[in-house]
Ligand binder design. Structure first.
Ligand code: MN
Length: 414
């Protein structure tokens, strides 16, 4: 399926090709509703539903008029995939009733994007072996960088859902307790070590009841799609607080996601084999087939007055633990997932030092300076810096991209 042609102009290197069709929540002069990105346009699904085009799939025209994707996703994959097939038909057919119908298309430049899902719960994993190894080398024992559980468990922690924001939302530098080097007591101050974490997040597409588990075999049916995820982190606050229960206020001041949710079906051509897992995992974590995805990632920092400098290029395919294993592990105790929950990958670092997915690693705990376009240096994120992450998958024929997630760090509130 690589010969589809839409009548909507799609610029070269556009993330939003006919093979992608990501879902988002947008508004113009009218209230927020569901749209699908195509080229530089948004197809207004509320308007398409009003014309009756989805009536054979679902009688619920209202789900397309919601200000979150949750009800739409809850229709289930059979129906959402039928909607996707119908949209492809409507955008490619020579005799499409949408051709020359300007009322169903909105320019992306004229639209405001909103948080695509109501996130009930958010969990962050720690699934890149390169990232976990780097952190272990920096803060523990370089010879035994990985903790004994790491190759057996997809390690994770419960994040904060309420502070997940959509791309473009600025965040204030958090204040908190930090323990200065060689000090005896902590001090209260604005974080001096605000950092990004380059991650991908997946959105739960199907509930599992409390007490039930989702096997790696069934997990795919429970994953609706993916977004780019920036797990902002205040390293100095994190360092003092994380023992023994893990990340807390150093993380919960905000996480940013990209506005377009790319459905897993669009990513299918980019499946690839994951790294060999050694030692063998327990039976409930076993999986078959190509369950990693070749998605190219990059991070840029734009100072207040200056051009963007790309500081990291990585790839989602490096992940040691895949999404099926993360979901199977998360539910193995009977924990219930709900539609709209986000499970994020953890920082995605590669082997090469230009592929490290956080400033903590890129600056090696602040010991190495990164040059910006305006001549200034960075070891962490300064006030008024904008961090932008991009993600796309590409082969010889097609391109499927996520657009971007960007966020600016403002000074601490007084
Ligand atoms: Mn993280």
């Amino acid at each position: 399926m690589s010969n589809l042609k839409t009548f909507i102009p799609v610029p070269e290197n556009s993330d939003f090709t006919i093979y992608n069709l990501p879902y988002g929540i947008f508004s113009d002069k009218r209230k927020p509703r569901i749209g699908v990105a195509i080229g530089e346009k948004i197809l207004d699904l509320a308007a398409v539903a009003r014309l009756g085009h989805f009536d054979k799939i679902t009688k619920e025209r209202k789900v397309f008029q919601q200000d979150t994707l949750n009800d739409f996703i809850s229709l289930g994959k059979a129906k959402t995939n039928a909607v996707r097939a119908k949209i492809i038909k409507l955008l490619t057919s020579n005799r499409s009733p949408l051709k020359n119908n300007n009322r169903v298309f909105v320019s992306q430049s004229a639209a405001t994007m909103h948080l695509p899902v109501k996130v009930g719960d958010y969990t962050d994993f720690y699934s890149s072996i390169e990232h976990a190894t780097n952190i272990g080398k920096m803060f523990r024992d370089p010879k035994n960088a990985l903790l004994p559980n790491w190759r057996h468990i997809p390690v994770g922690y419960h994040g904060r859902a309420s502070s997940i924001v959509v791309s473009g939302t600025p965040l204030h530098r958090p204040k908190g307790q930090v323990m200065p080097k060689d000090a005896k007591v902590p001090v209260f101050q604005p974080s001096a070590r605000v950092d990004f974490e380059l991650e991908m997040g997946f959105i739960i597409g199907k509930d599992n009841a409390l007490g039930n588990t989702v096997s790696t075999k069934k997990a795919e049916d429970h994953i609706f799609g993916m977004v780019i995820f920036n797990d902002w982190s205040a390293r100095d606050i994190q360092k003092w607080e994380y023992v023994p229960l893990g990340p807390f206020l150093g993380k919960s001041f905000g996480s940013s996601i990209s506005p377009w949710v790319v459905p897993m079906e669009a990513l299918d051509p980019f499946r690839t084999r994951g790294p060999k897992q050694d030692p063998k995992v327990l039976p409930y974590l076993k999986y078959t087939g190509k369950q990693n995805y070749d998605i190219q990632l990059e991070v840029g920092i734009t100072p207040k007055k200056g051009e963007e400098t790309v500081v990291c290029r990585s790839n989602f395919k490096y992940m040691y633990w895949n999404m099926l294993q993360q979901l199977a592990h998360h539910t193995i105790n009977g924990c219930n997932m709900r539609v709209g929950d986000i499970l994020a990958s953890g920082t995605i670092s590669g082997k090469d030092e230009t592929s490290y997915g956080s400033m903590l690693e890129l600056s090696w705990a602040g010991s190495k300076k990164l040059k910006m376009s305006d001549g200034s240096d960075r070891v962490f994120i300064n006030d008024y810096d904008t961090v932008t992450m991009r993600a796309f998958a590409k082969n010889k024929e097609i391109r499927v991209g996520f657009g971007q997630v960007s966020g600016t760090i403002l000074p601490s509130k007084k």
